[in-house]
Design a protein around this ligand. Structure first.
Ligand SMILES: C[S@@+](CC[C@H](N)C(=O)[O-])C[C@H]1O[C@@H](n2cnc3c(N)ncnc32)[C@H](O)[C@@H]1O
Length: 281
């Protein structure tokens, strides 16, 4: 593992696809070598996710425990660090005790791919691009609105909701001495046909979803208009339509209009239901 850290720049490890070489040299089956996130980047990751006292932060590949320890100490969250190298787990536990947060965080010697992610409101990662991609299906199936933060590496064609560049003079790898902090909100699943109920009876909303990006058609009788929107977790904001503001919220099997302007004002509070197999009837 030291060979990976010392003789090959971190970006080159990923860019050249040499992570397999590192795995070959590792002692505990790591998919990613141990490199720490600099303190100022850790802070930015937690700020980007707006971590607070109600949050439970899971760091996948938690190294020396710094991310969940800071989440607890500075932001009052609870946390779990999952780490495959036993020495790092021991070090994390001792670091948490020294920081006075041992009651709010725990560290588990465990493969990150075998971890139950459902209890997390925030997941942090400093892994590698191919590891992020392997995790992506599990991350996409989490509760809508779960915040995911990745240091440096993205998730392929699932574009981040926000990316921040951070100057990182203490960074141990790479030539640039800067880091990217990517944030995603897990989008609700809204793809398909929705049927208006109540005042909206007879109105159909057909949505096509690509991660958090939405295209669709809103149709009533013979009239229809194309819409484009964006999901922020369970909130769907329809962008710049002629008809004014339109915001919908996924709630159970319904899609409720929580804000509407222009001719749709009266539709506020009305609900679309998922279509049955034979359509809107
Ligand atoms: C780049 S370090 C990041 C450490 C810490 N999260 C941070 O940002 O400072 C990646 C960590 O993931 C751990 N790791 C690699 N593969 C793992 C796996 N399959 N399960 C759990 N931990 C793993 C490594 O041992 C290493 O400590």
């Amino acid at each position: 593992m030291d060979f990976c850290l010392l003789s090959i720049p971190w970006r080159a490890i990923a860019a050249l696809g040499l992570s397999a070489l590192c795995v070959g040299l590792s002692r505990a089956g790591e998919d990613v070598p141990f490199v720490t996130t600099p303190d100022n980047v850790t802070l930015e990751m937690l700020r980007a996710a707006q971590v607070g006292p109600g949050d439970h932060v899971i760091d996948l590949g938690s190294g020396d425990g710094r991310i969940v320890i800071l989440a607890a100490k500075r932001f009052g969250a609870t946390g779990l660090g999952v780490e495959i190298v036993p020495d790092l787990v021991r070090q994390s536990i001792s670091n948490a005790q020294a920081a006075g947060v041992a009651g709010r965080v725990s560290f588990r010697e465990q493969d990150l791919f075998k971890t139950d992610l459902a209890p997390a409101t925030v997941i942090t990662m400093y892994l590698l691009p191919d590891v992020n991609l392997q995790l992506r299906p599990a991350l996409l199936s989490l509760k809508p609105g779960t915040r995911l933060v990745s240091h440096d590496w993205d998730m392929g064609d699932w574009k981040p909701d926000q990316t921040t560049m951070v100057v990182a003079p203490d960074k141990k790898v790479g030539l640039e001495k800067s880091s990217k902090v990517h944030l995603w909100l897990v989008p609700a699943k809204v793809d398909g046909l929705w049927c208006g109920a109540g005042l909206l009876t007879g109105t159909r909303l057909q949505l096509s979803q690509r991660y958090q990006e939405i295209e669709g058609t809103l149709a009533h009788r013979q009239r229809s208009r194309k819409i484009e929107g964006r999901l922020e977790g369970a909130t769907l904001r329809v962008l710049g339509g002629r008809a004014g503001e339109l915001v919908l919220e996924v709630a159970g099997d319904g899609l409720r209009i929580t804000a509407a302007g222009g001719p749709l004002t009266l539709a506020q509070g009305q609900v679309f239901k998922r279509a049955a197999a034979d359509g809107c009837g």
